[in-house]
Ligand binder design. Structure first.
Ligand code: AMP
Ligand code: TRP
Length: 335
């Protein structure tokens, strides 16, 4: 039965605390996919070390991201949930694919250019340059059909397809060419202080994002400080990016249409609107936060989830990596 289902792979880096952008743009949609697809949802810790990580924080965040996956409704019985560094085929396939990737392709990646600018003063690791190749490996070793990602990852997915095609042409058909998958309902959540920018967990200003684990009073404060405009009307348009963003957030959480939301706030000011936005977010996050805390208190359970996930992931991905090695010309360890 599972064989007929299309395969989905996606992952989130444990490189910061997850925001409602991660929740509304990724997790909430993953939950809807789990019945229809054979899903691999990974905590991509190998990706996180492309920039400096404190070991203690990395450990804590990795488990927290896994707990957030579970608390958001991603069920371990329906999906393969695992931690990337537990499955050695990712790093192995990344090396192989690195040798088919041109340095020019990597240095042209927009995210690399942005990030390397940001980290220029300290230093830019080779890992940061090579990171899209690891991402390609993540996807290709499961022969994923679809990859739910945000707009910013589309370029990396193009590279993944180029690499798959290159390998297929050089040897013989090996990989499927994965497609980006952006569910219609997936929201793009913008920065609360600079609403023309994507909300990001790596922003320096905590007022620009809402974390999944932010307590209610913090959420109220951050939403009340969210940048709006001087027009004073709750309308969804590009001239009012701050208001537009808050409307999108309500819509993504409640399922109400933009029109319904505009009508509800007709003639009302931003103060009342913002109070409602805050309460809607709090209501959505509270049960998740409670569940995350319970899960983090039950390390044995978390361990059982990631162990089982890693075993399955290793079994599936190892077949592909063996195939790659054989085609490249390595001597098989065993027949
Ligand atoms: P990142 O936090 O960049 O590792 O992203 C992990 C996942 O969350 C990706 O699928 C992103 O597209 C999604 N995501 C992150 N931030 C946002 C945002 N502000 N709006 C929508 N989706 C987001
Ligand atoms: N690069 C992605 C991000 O920063 C995370 C990621 C790593 C990923 N490997 C992946 C996403 C494979 C989808 C598929 O958001």
């Amino acid at each position: 039965m599972e064989q007929n289902k299309k395969v989905i792979f996606s992952g989130i880096q444990p490189s910061g605390n997850l925001t409602i952008g991660n929740y509304l743009g990724a997790l909430k949609n993953w939950v809807k996919l789990q019945d229809e697809y054979d899903c691999y949802f990974c905590v991509v810790d190998l990706h996180a070390i492309t920039v400096k990580q404190e070991p203690k924080n990395l450990r804590q965040r990795t488990l927290e991201v896994l707990a957030i996956y579970l608390a958001s409704g991603i069920e371990p019985s329906k999906n393969t949930l695992f931690i990337q560094s537990h499955v050695h085929t990712h790093a192995e396939a990344a090396w192989l694919l690195n040798c088919f990737t041109y340095t020019g392709e990597l240095s042209r990646m927009t995210q690399f250019k942005d990030k390397s600018r940001k980290y220029a003063e300290t230093s830019v690791s080779a890992g940061l340059l090579n990171y899209p190749v690891l991402m390609a490996a993540d996807i290709l070793i499961y022969n994923a059909d679809l990859v739910p990602v945000g707009q910013d990852q589309k370029q990396h997915l193009e590279l993944t397809r180029d690499l798959a095609q290159r390998f297929n042409n050089l040897y013989s058909p090996t990989f499927k060419l994965p497609e980006p998958y952006i569910p219609e309902t997936a929201a793009k959540v913008m920065d609360l202080q600079e609403p023309t920018k994507k909300m990001s967990k790596s922003s320096d200003n905590p007022n620009s994002y809402i974390l999944i684990m932010d307590p209610p009073e913090v959420i109220r404060k951050k939403i009340s400080r969210a940048v709006t405009d001087s027009l004073g009307i709750v309308k969804y348009n590009d001239e009012q990016p701050g208001v537009k963003n808050l409307i999108s957030i309500i819509s993504a959480i409640t399922g109400l249409s933009v029109k319904e939301i505009e009508e509800k706030y007709e003639g009302k000011g931003y103060a009342e609107f913002k109070e409602d936005v805050a309460e809607i977010i709090i209501n959505e996050l509270e049960p998740i936060q409670k569940k995350v805390k319970e899960l983090l208190d039950d390390k044995t359970y978390l361990q059982s989830v990631y162990k089982e996930g890693a075993q399955k992931a290793l079994y599936v991905s190892n077949k592909m990596v063996r195939k790659m090695k054989k085609k490249i010309g390595f001597i098989p360890f065993e027949k």
